[in-house]
Design a binder for this molecule. Structure first.
Ligand code: C2G
Length: 148
């Protein structure tokens, strides 16, 4: 039975214990869009685990380091009330391992990733949540750069 929009049921039987939600992100220059998706992700289960992408992963993926270090980004995400556990995401290709290691029932991603993680529906539900409009780390950096 589909309780959530845009999700795919896992083939495996649900495991006993708390329903763990897992999500990933850089969360650089923390903003309300980040808090909104984490809050909504947490509401889908009993505990929220967040994979915060490493500095090296960002450098490889985006060609620049985040403004805030991975240690600071990890500490800020861990400090949020809706977050139960954090870890550093070292590689995009390890998502399957992370999902299994944390016994995730649901993988949550923003809908900028729509369809990109559907293959993980063999391991858990995959849910894409709508992004918060009109805010992004890139835009914040641009506004600060342009400031006189
Ligand atoms: N987000 C959102 N609304 C915004 C901005 C971001 O809902 N206005 C969500 C994104 O969809 C994502 C999460 O916040 O789910 C983190 O966003 P980013 O830090 O931009 O994450 P990204 O660099 O896409 O890293 O393994 C995948 C990567 O780690 C994802």
């Amino acid at each position: 039975m589909n309780r959530h929009p845009q999700h795919h049921d896992a083939g495996a039987a649900p495991s006993a214990g708390p329903r763990t939600i897992l999500t990933f992100g850089t969360f650089d220059v923390l903003h309300i869009g980040h808090v909104n998706i984490l809050d909504r992700a947490r509401a889908l289960g009993d505990r929220l685990v967040v994979g915060v992408s490493s500095d090296a992963l960002n450098l490889a993926k985006k060609g620049r380091l985040p403004i805030y270090s991975e240690a600071d980004r990890l500490a800020m995400i861990a400090a949020l009330r809706c977050v139960d556990e954090v870890f550093i995401e070292e590689s995009l290709e390890l998502k399957g391992d992370y999902l299994q290691r944390h016994r995730a029932a649901v993988l949550v991603m923003g809908d900028d990733w729509q369809g990109r993680f559907d293959h993980y529906s063999a391991l858990c539900e995959v849910v894409y949540l709508p992004r918060t409009p009109s805010i992004s780390t890139t835009e914040i950096i641009e506004v600060i750069r342009r400031a006189p």
